[in-house]
Design a protein around this ligand. Structure first.
Ligand code: ZN
Length: 368
């Protein structure tokens, strides 16, 4: 049996770089999700309705920064500057000003990005502020859904090619997938194509979406999404996961309630170390058992961040001695092939306690 493990790098490549990498999650929202279309009157002035619309697009990002400001005083100071820059850009919108503004603005984002999402989520969990945690999860949901909708599904051909090459035609017990991603690009990549291929999650789920669309899941392939998914909505009272449509609008957050008890539901976005969540250890356990049986394991676009290290070590601790493991990754413009190769080989060999193959050709070449 073969197992494919996916990290954010795979979705990033599959969505034409719009789904954020782990380090860009939340921060990249301002660049990828706030680009308004400005309508002008006959004199070339921007309509005030357009400016309102632009502010509405920007509002979630400010909401995110305000939460972050509770934990990092530096961010609090920056919010005023960012808000001012945004207002200024909206007032004087001839293109040169906007370009200038974008440059400054990107610098602020770069500065702020020294706080990565896993780090501040850990801080929020440690402070027991569940309103803030919910606020950040909502923002992650909005970021992933927005980048999936506008660019992801349209340019998602790498996952399609992946399914064609490595999944289609095999028996479901011959190939399994483990994913750390919140987006649904992989699972729904072949739903509208001739070679229909479906995936199932093995949760205590109710199939709202899948029933409605008449999908036949008897031959579906298993995917374990260890950090949840933007379209898994959980009823806190019934502890049932409802599978929503994957084609969501970001504004739907909080607008669904449980069929059974009418309690309001939120998407299952599982933070690392989130002790309150019962689903994570259960999914981890199932995925771990699959890995013990694997003959070949491919790890694609997963950077193995330090906050995942404990979880990943636990996941892989019983992999058989004879299992062949290949890491598929890329090296960036400013990196050397040799040093990236050694870095990845050492990092994984250290955790997995065995030899690994490293392929730096990236996801795109892997599915060719
Ligand atoms: Zn319920």
């Amino acid at each position: 049996m073969e197992i494919f493990i996916f990290g954010a790098g795979a979705s990033h490549a599959a969505s034409n770089k719009n789904i954020p990498l782990g380090a860009d999650l939340c921060w990249d929202y301002a660049n990828t999700c706030c680009g308004p279309i400005f309508e002008r009157d006959n004199y070339g002035n921007i309509l005030s309705s357009s400016i309102e619309e632009a502010n509405k697009l920007f509002e979630p990002f400010i909401r995110f920064l305000l939460i972050l400001g509770n934990y990092y005083p530096y961010v609090k100071k920056e919010i005023v500057k960012i808000e001012e820059a945004n207002k200024m850009a909206l007032q004087y919108l001839p293109p040169p000003t906007l370009a200038k503004y974008s440059g400054n603005y990107s610098d602020w984002i770069k500065e702020g990005k020294k706080y990565c999402v896993d780090e501040f989520i850990t801080k929020i969990i440690d402070s027991n502020n569940y309103d803030d945690l919910e606020g950040i999860k909502r923002f992650i949901f909005e970021h992933i859904v927005e980048t999936s909708n506008y660019w992801g599904y349209q340019s998602n051909n790498l996952y399609e090619k992946f399914v064609d090459k490595y999944i289609y035609g095999k028996k479901p017990e011959e190939v399994k997938v483990i994913s750390f991603n919140f987006d649904t690009l992989l699972e729904y990549s072949k739903v509208h194509s001739k070679k229909k291929t479906f995936f199932k999650y093995h949760l205590n789920e109710t199939f709202n979406f899948i029933d409605e669309h008449g999908f036949d899941l008897s031959n579906a392939y298993t995917i374990y999404k260890l950090h949840g998914s933007v379209h898994w909505w959980c009823c806190p009272d019934c502890q049932i996961v409802h599978i929503n449509s994957p084609f969501l609008d970001k504004d739907v957050y909080g607008s669904f309630s449980c069929d059974k008890c009418k309690t309001s539901m939120t998407p299952m976005i599982l933070a690392p170390r989130e002790a309150s969540n019962k689903l994570l250890p259960r999914l981890l356990d199932k995925a771990k058992k699959e890995l013990e049986k694997a003959r070949k394991i491919y790890i694609i676009g997963y950077s193995l961040p330090k906050y995942d290290k404990e979880e990943f070590t636990c996941l892989c601790e019983n992999i058989s001695e004879n299992t062949e493991i290949t890491i598929i990754d890329v090296f960036g413009e400013n990196e050397s092939f040799a040093s990236k190769y050694t870095e990845i080989k050492d990092k994984y060999s250290d955790i997995l306690k065995k030899k690994v193959n490293v392929d730096l050709g990236g996801f795109e070449k892997f599915v060719l």
